[in-house]
Design a protein around this ligand. Sequence first.
Ligand SMILES: [Zn+2]
Length: 1012
Amino acid sequence: MTALGRASGVRVGGWGDAGRAMRGPPPPLPSGPPPLHLFTCPTVQPDMLNVHLLPHTHDDVGWVKTVDQYYYGVQNELHHGAVKNILDSVISALRAEPSRRFVYVEMAFFSRWWHQQTNATQQAVRELVRQGRLEFANGGWVMNDEAATHYGAIVDQMTLGLRFLQDTFGDDGRPRVAWHIDPFGHSREQASLFAQMGFDGIFLGRMDYQDRELRKKKREMELVWRASASLQPPTADLFTGLLSNAYDPPKHLCWDLVCDHDSSMVGDPFSPEDNADVLIDHFLDVATKQWQSYRTNHIVMTMGGDFHYENAHMWFSNLDKLIQLVNAEQQASGSPVHVLYSTPACYLWELNKANLTWSLKEDDFFPYADGPHQFWTGYFSSRPALKRYERVSYNFLQVCKQLEALAAPAANVGPYGSGDSALLEEAMAVLQHHDAITGTSRQLVADDYARRLAAGWGRCEVLLSNALARLSGSQEAFSICPELNISVCPLSQTSARFQVAIYNPLARKVDRMVRLPVSAGAFLVKDPSGHAVPSDDSLPSSSFPELLFSASVPALGFSIYSVSRVSLRRSKTHIPQPISQKPGSAVLNIKNEHIRATFNLETGFLMQIEDLEQKLVLPMNQSFFWYKAGTVGQKISQSSGAYIFKPQQQKPLPVSDSAQIHLLKTPLVQEVHQNFSAWCAQVVRLYRGQRHLELEWTVGPIPVGDKWGKEVISRFDMPLDTKGYFYTDSNGREILKRRKKRESRVGERNYRPTWNLNQTEPVAGNYYPVNTRIYITDGKKQLTVLTDRSQGGSSLQDGSLELMVHRRLLLDDNRGVGEPLLEEGSGSWVRGRHLVLLDAVGTAAAGHRLLAEKEVLAPQVVLAPSGSALYHPGATRQLQFSGLRRELPPSVHLLTLARWGPQTLLLRLEHQFARGEDSGRNLSSPVTLNLQNLFSTFTITRLQETTLAANQPRASASRLQWNPDTGTTPTPTVPPLDPASITLQPMEIRTFVASVQWEEFAWSHGGDPVQA
Ligand SMILES: [Zn+2]
C-alpha cells in the first residue's frame, strides 16, 4: 500500500478546476454569509484534501424483516437490525464527544423512537440538532423508491416526515440535502420534486456501472440535474452528487459489529497488534484515488451501512482514532490529507463555495445495472397485486383527506365513532419505501405492508361514514366493497333496495359507469333528482348477475343513486355468446359512438382500433407472451428475481396462438371475452360514451410445474414507424422520451443519452418504469396505454409496445432478499386494466392526461341499505353535494386538500400539462384561478404559500445556487400572493396552508343541492 500524498511530502495547491478547461467565463461568486445552519459546520483546510467522514445508518423500513421487527431487533437471526438500539447508542456516543457527527434519514423510525424518550433525552437531542452534530438528511417518512412510485404519494410521504421534523426541531431540523443512497435507479421527477421542496442537493448511491466508470474518468460524479422540461430553470435544477462507493465505507474500514472481517484500529505503538500504520496508509491511498474522480479539494466517505451503529461506540472510537492519527501524521510528515467528521449539508456547502461550473444532466438514471446482464428492471413489475393495492389506497387516502377537510370536525367524530386519515397516511408513507412498493421484500414483510394499509382503510371508512352522514344529512350504514373488481359486494348481492353514494375526488364533474353484482330480478336505478337512468340489470358474472348504470357526480362531491328491484323476474339476460373460430378473413367488431375495435376470428386476437370521429385506423395485434426465467439446478450467473429481470432467451413465448372468444353486447356495454389459457384471460370492453378501449386482463396463478419461472407481458404490435423512440411517464407526471437505438446506426438497438452503451441485455436493458402511461407515435398517430399500477415496459421493435403484468420466479437473484418471488398466496392471481387511446398526436395529451387523472383519483363507490335515520332532528337529506362552488379548468389538478391544523388546511394545485404538450385545446397555457369563495363548506381567511412539502414559507425559502455549464439562470422572484389570482405555469405545483372557517350548514349557502 502506498500513500501518494504522504510519500511525496508535498502540500498540494491549486485545487478545483485548475488545469482543466472551463467552459465560458467564470460564474459570479456566491454572495453573502453562509446560511445560518452552516455556521455549525466543521473547520476545513483550504489547501488540503479534506475527507468528510459521514457516519450514517441505512435503516430499511421493512425488507427481510417487518418494520416492527427491525425497530425492536426481533428475529435478528433473519437479518441483524435493531433501530431502537441504534438510536439509543448513537445519541449517547454523540453526547460523549462533541466533534462527532451523525446523519439520520428515516422518520418512520426516528419519530417512533422520539416519542419513547424522556424529556431530558429529548432536550439533549434538540441540542445536538441545534449544534449540527445530529443532522437529518432527506427527512421523508421513508427513503422512497423512484421507479414504482406515483408523484402524489412521494409528495405525501415527504410531507409527513418533514412535518414531524419541523414540528419537533423547527428550522434547526430541516434537512437541506436529499439522501437517496439505496433506491435502484433514479427518476427525473423525483429530482424535480426535491428541488421544489427546497433541497440544496441530493446524494445518490446507485447508478449504472458503465455510467459510473465513465463519470469517474471524466470527473462528472457531481453535476447539476435539470429535472423538468417545463418548469423555468432553476426551479427544478438539483445539484446531484454520486457517491464513490455506494453508501458503504471503504474496504477494510468497516467498524460495525456486523463487519466481521475488518480489524479495529489499534493505534498503540507498544502493542504487537498495532495496525495503525497499515490502516492509515490504506486510508490515504483510498482517499487519494477517490479524489481523482472528483473536482474540489473535498471528498466524502460514507462510514456506515445497513442497520449499522447498533454499537455506535465501536464505529466512533475507531473513527476518532483514524481522525487523530491521520491529522497528526499530516502535521508530522506533510501529508496533504485532512480528515474530519462532517455531514452531507456541510460537504455540499464546501462544493458550493468552490464556485465551479458543473455538467448538466437532463435525462434520468434508469435502468440501473450493477454489472453486465444485471439489470434491476424486474422490480418495476414485481408483486403486481401489492402495487395495485397501494395505488387504490392512494386514491382512497385522498378521498379520506378531502372529506376530513370538507366536513371537519364532524368527519373525525360522529355517529360511527372516531376516524381519521392519519393511520392510512402513515401506512401509505411506509409503502413508498424502496423495498415495499418495489416488491423486493420477503413475503412475510409484503403481507405486513398489506396489513398496515388495511388497518388504515378501517379508520378512513369510519371517517367517510361520518363525513357522508354529515354532508348528506342522513345516517346510513355506509359500506364500501373492496372486492368490486372481482364482482363481490355482499350488500348489493342480497338487497332488493339500496343506495349507491359515489364520491368524486376531482375538481370537475365526472361521468362513470357503476357496475355492481346484484340478486336476480329487474332493477330500477334513480338519480338524485328521482329520474330513472338507463341501466343494464342482467350482465352475467361468475355467480351473480351484474347491474350497470351511468352515474354523474359533481366536482369534489357526491351523488346518491337509489337502486330497487322492481320485479323478481329476470329481465332478458345478456349471455356472452361463444364465437366459433373461422379461418381466413372473418372478423368481429365491438363499437360505441367513438371507437370500433375489430377482432380476428381465426386467432381471437384484437386486430384493429379505429377512432370514428378523427377517422384514425390502426391495425394491431395484441396478445400475451412470457419470458423464460431461470430454473432450479440450472447453471446461470444471474437469474431473474424480485429485483432483476434476466430472461433466458430474448424472444418471449406466446401464452397461446389463439384465444377462445365470447361476445357480449348490451345497450350500455360491448365486450369480447378472450380466453388465452387456463391462467390468462382478458375482456376487451367499450362502455357507451367511453373514448378509450379497456383491456381487463386476468393472469395467474402462473404455473411453474414445468420448472420455469415466467415473466408475463401484454404486447401490442402495430405498423407504426416509430424510429426507435417510445415514451414513458416519470412517476406519473412528466414524460421522458426513450430511445432504443441510435439514429445514425440502423439496427443498433440500444441507447443511453449520455454515454455509448455496451448492451448486454437487449430486452431487460431496454425496460423502463411505467407508472401511469407509455406511448409510441409515428408523428401522426399516437397509441397510448394507461396502466392502473406501476409496471415495467418497453418498445423493443418499431411499432411494438409491451408491459410486464406479472412474474413468478423460482430463484432468488442474490441481492439480499434471499427468497424467490413465488407469491403462493393471494398475490398469485392478478386482475388489472390497460386503457388504450388512439389519437392524433396534437390532441393525444388532452386524452391521456385527463384520463390518467380520472383513473388515479377514481370515484369512490359507497353502498348503504335504504331507510335510515336523519343525521339530527331537522336535518335535510341531500342526495347531491359539491365541495366546490365552481369547477376548476381541465388543466388544473387538485393534488391535495387535507386537514393541516385545527383551523388550517393544506391545499395543492397543479397544472397537469407540460409545456407545449397540447396543441388542440390550448391546455398547455398558463392558467389563473380565483380561490376566493371557491369551496362550499369553508371560507379561506388567510393564505400562505409554502414550498412543495409545506415545511417552509415560499417567500423566505432560498436554495444554494449552482452554475451549470450551459450558463447560470437567476432564481425568479416570488410574486406577491393574491388569492383572487393564482397563476399556474405548465407542470407547476403550488402549495398553500390556508386558514379557514367552516360553515355550519355549508349546503344551505351554495351550489344547487338536490333534496330528497
Ligand atoms: Zn435500502
